[in-house]
Design a protein around this ligand. Structure first.
Ligand code: AMP
Ligand code: MN
Ligand code: MN
Ligand code: MN
Length: 278
C-alpha cells in the first residue's frame, strides 16, 4: 500500500482526467490519494467520487503558485474545506493572473516568429484560459514539431530566465499558507529540492513558511531524486515539520514516478496524515 498526496489532472497541466487518475492510483496500490492541481480545485469532486467508489481514502488537495525572493515556490494545500469561499476566491484570483501571463508568453513566441501559441496551448487545457501554464505551451510546441520532447520546450524556451519565460504575478508564501489554514487545511512546502536558492535563501524560505503556519514539507516526491530524500528528511526533523510524499505525476514523461506508487517515507518522520488522523 502506498500514499500519494501530489499529482495533476487535465484540470491543470496533467494528461489524465481526475477519474482516470483515481483508477491509476488505485491500480498502483494507493490507499490514500490527493489530487493537487495548480491553483484549481474543480477536479476534486470527480476525483473524490471515483476514489471512494474504489475504496481509496481521498484527500482534498491543491498546489498553489507563490513567489519568494524572485523564485516560484509551490505550496500544496491538503485536507481543506473545498467550499471555503476565501480559498475559492483566492484561487480564482491566481487563475486570472494565469490568463494575463499566458497572453504575455504568446507575445514572446509571436516575436520569435512562432504564431498562435495562445490558441495552441488552449488545445491542451480543455479550452480554459484561466488554467493555462507553461506545460500547455510546451505540449503545443511539441505538437507542431518545434521540439521533440516537453523537456526540450522548457530547456529552449520556457524554463526560468529563458527567452519565453514570463514570471507569474503569484501570491506570497504567507498569503497561500494563511488561505489554506483558514480553509481548515494543512500547508505543505512542495519539492524544496527544486528551488534554485542559496543555503541562506532556503533558510529564509523555511523561516517564512513556518512562521506563517506551514506545517509540513515534501520529502519523498517524484520531483526529488531518491538520493535527496535523506537530505529533506533531515530538514523535516531539524525544523519540526511533518513529512509528505507524492508522485507529482503529470502523465507526460516516460520516467515519471507513477501516480499511486510512491516509496515510503523514512520511518523516523512524522507523516503529514497524522494531522488529520489525530
Ligand atoms: P507554471 O505554473 O505555468 O509556471 O508551470 C509549472 C509547471 O511546469 C510545473 O508544475 C511542471 O509541471 C512544469 N515544469 C516546470 N519546469 C519544468 C522543466 N524544467 N521541465 C519540465 N516541466 C517543467
Ligand atoms: Mn505542473
Ligand atoms: Mn510543483
Ligand atoms: Mn506538482
Amino acid at each position: 500500500m502506498s500514499i500519494d498526496l501530489h499529482c495533476h489532472s487535465t484540470i491543470s497541466d496533467g494528461a489524465y482526467a481526475p477519474d482516470v487518475l483515481a483508477q491509476k492510483a488505485h491500480q498502483n496500490g494507493a490507499s490514500m490519494w490527493a489530487l493537487t492541481d495548480h491553483d484549481e480545485i474543480a477536479g476534486l469532486s470527480l476525483a473524490r467520487e471515483t476514489a471512494n467508489r474504489l475504496g481509496m481514502q481521498f484527500i482534498n488537495g491543491v498546489e498553489i503558485s507563490t513567489v519568494f525572493m524572485g523564485v516560484t515556490v509551490h505550496i500544496v494545500g491538503l485536507h481543506f474545506d473545498d467550499q471555503d469561499s476565501g480559498l475559492v476566491d483566492f484561487l480564482n484570483d491566481l487563475r486570472q493572473k494565469r490568463i494575463a501571463r499566458a497572453k504575455a508568453m504568446a507575445l514572446c513566441f509571436d516575436r520569435l516568429g512562432i504564431p498562435n501559441t495562445f490558441e495552441g496551448a488552449l488545445l491542451f487545457s480543455e479550452g480554459r484560459e484561466d488554467v493555462l501554464g507553461r506545460v500547455h505551451f510546451a505540449r503545443y510546441l511539441h505538437q507542431i514539431g518545434l521540439v521533440s520532447t516537453i523537456q526540450e520546450a522548457f530547456d529552449r524556451y520556457l524554463s526560468d530566465g529563458n527567452i519565453a519565460y514570463v514570471p507569474g504575478q503569484w501570491a506570497t508564501v504567507p498569503e497561500a499558507v494563511a488561505c489554506i489554514r483558514e480553509a481548515g487545511g494543512v500547508a505543505v512546502l512542495a519539492h524544496l529540492g527544486r528551488y534554485k536558492y542559496t543555503p541562506l535563501q532556503q533558510t529564509e524560505l523555511l523561516i517564512s513558511f513556518k512562521k506563517s503556519g506551514g506545517q509540513a514539507i515534501e520529502v519523498v516526491t517524484g520531483s526529488h531524486k531518491p538520493e535527496q530524500y535523506n537530505q529533506y528528511a533531515k530538514i523535516a526533523m531539524d525544523w519540526g515539520f511533518y513529512a509528505s510524499c507524492g508522485s507529482d505525476y503529470h502523465g507526460l514523461k516516460t520516467h515519471e514516478m507513477m501516480v499511486g506508487r510512491v516509496p515510503r517515507l523514512p520511518s523516523n518522520l512524522n507523516p503529514v496524515w497524522k494531522l488529520w488522523h489525530d
